[in-house]
Design a protein around this ligand. Structure first.
Ligand code: ADP
Length: 334
């Protein structure tokens, strides 16, 4: 990862948790998702029943975990958090499902990475609130049906398209989380600065918001670095100058591209003459997992008009050549 995305330490994670909005009213942006959710939650409360299962799709740091916590809080229900990669066998899932309390919200992050056999167990649990526990092996194995408490599954995925249709169909609706506007990010930054107790100038907030790749987690992380700078090298106020100096120190450019983004564009332009180049080749060339390139970097590069996904591979746009200040070769794609 680039310098702006160091693995957060324990304290940093606590701070991230402290900045999380706790209610739907505090949750900035994503109007449609908020509206959809509040209808489902109000109706569930009115009928005094667990709401339908909810799928959330969208990139990392857009607020999926935060929303799952809000859903549980608004329902006054306990919350259990697990993730697809933690469920390697159906037994792992059975252990979670069979210990859920009535009405509990189960947040399953990265649901598309769950083991296949567990998926089928989840279908039955979602629909009939039952798990079939298999006892024994081979021809003598028997499935013992076990009733479980009615619960609400909140699944999150960075790629809704990767979910098998039978799983997708068992959710009441899919909340599509999109990038945030600069104005929404500014609101989030002001709220966070208030919680951190460090003054943030209007123009500084605008500067940070514009370089946060439409992502609240990145905005909050940059804000914490600006706070460090203000407290250690400045006068304790997050001013425009402090913000600019910090962003330069952490190699976040005017458009918010970080080191990984720029590495991808650099390889694409300088080694592959602007493409087209396949995702895995591109990932190997920048020393990253294909999934990281696809999920973390590409959506923003595509959205900002630097990169296009074509059937033959990834292609740099004229904007990318211009941004890196390189003249494209005459035979460049595009
Ligand atoms: P995800 O689960 O999608 O990766 P998170 O829910 O963990 O993202 O959000 C990352 C951080 O961004 C949280 O700590 C939270 O403070 C902040 N955040 C996300 N969405 C919002 C929002 N709509 N309003 C305010 N803060 C938000």
């Amino acid at each position: 990862r680039g310098a702006v995305s160091p693995e957060a330490g324990a304290d940093e994670r606590q701070v991230e948790g402290a900045l999380r909005p706790r209610s739907l009213d505090d949750f900035v942006g994503q109007e449609r998702v908020r509206d959809q959710l509040s209808l489902v939650l109000d109706s569930a409360r009115k009928r005094n029943r667990a709401p339908d299962h909810i799928l959330m799709s969208g990139g990392p740091g857009l607020g999926k975990t935060t929303l799952a916590m809000i859903i549980a809080a608004e329902l006054g229900a306990p919350l259990r958090i697990t993730s697809g990669p933690a469920i390697e066998r159906s037994g792992d899932l059975a252990a979670v499902l069979s210990t859920l309390q009535e009405g509990e919200v189960l947040f399953l992050d990265e649901i598309h990475r769950m083991a296949r056999p567990a998926e089928e167990m989840l279908y039955v649990a979602m629909e009939d609130f039952r798990v079939d526990v298999v006892v024994g092996k081979g021809p003598g194995a028997t499935a013992i049906p076990l009733d479980i408490a009615p619960f609400t599954l909140v699944g999150a995925t960075t790629r809704a398209g990767m979910l098998p249709a039978p799983l997708r169909d068992r959710f009441g609706f899919t909340a599509h989380m999109d990038f945030y506007t600069a104005e929404e990010l500014e609101r989030i930054l002001h709220r966070s600065a208030g919680l951190l107790g460090v003054p943030l100038a209007e123009d500084a907030a605008r500067e940070i918001a514009g370089r946060s790749r439409g992502t609240p987690r990145i905005a909050n992380r940059l804000l914490r670095r600006v706070r460090d700078y203000a407290e250690v090298r400045g006068d304790g106020i997050m001013s425009l100058d402090t913000a600019r100096a910090t962003l330069e120190l952490y190699e976040v450019d005017e458009l918010g591209l970080d080191r990984l983004d720029r590495a991808i564009l650099d390889v694409l332009l300088n080694r592959f003459r602007g493409g087209p180049v396949g995702l895995s080749t591109l990932a190997v060339s920048v020393g990253e997992e294909a999934e990281t390139v696809e999920v973390v970097a590409e959506p923003f590069l595509v959205r900002s008009g630097f990169l296009a996904r074509t059937p033959r591979g990834r292609v740099a746009t004229p904007l990318a050549w211009a941004h890196l200040g390189i003249t494209p070769p005459p035979d460049a794609a595009f």
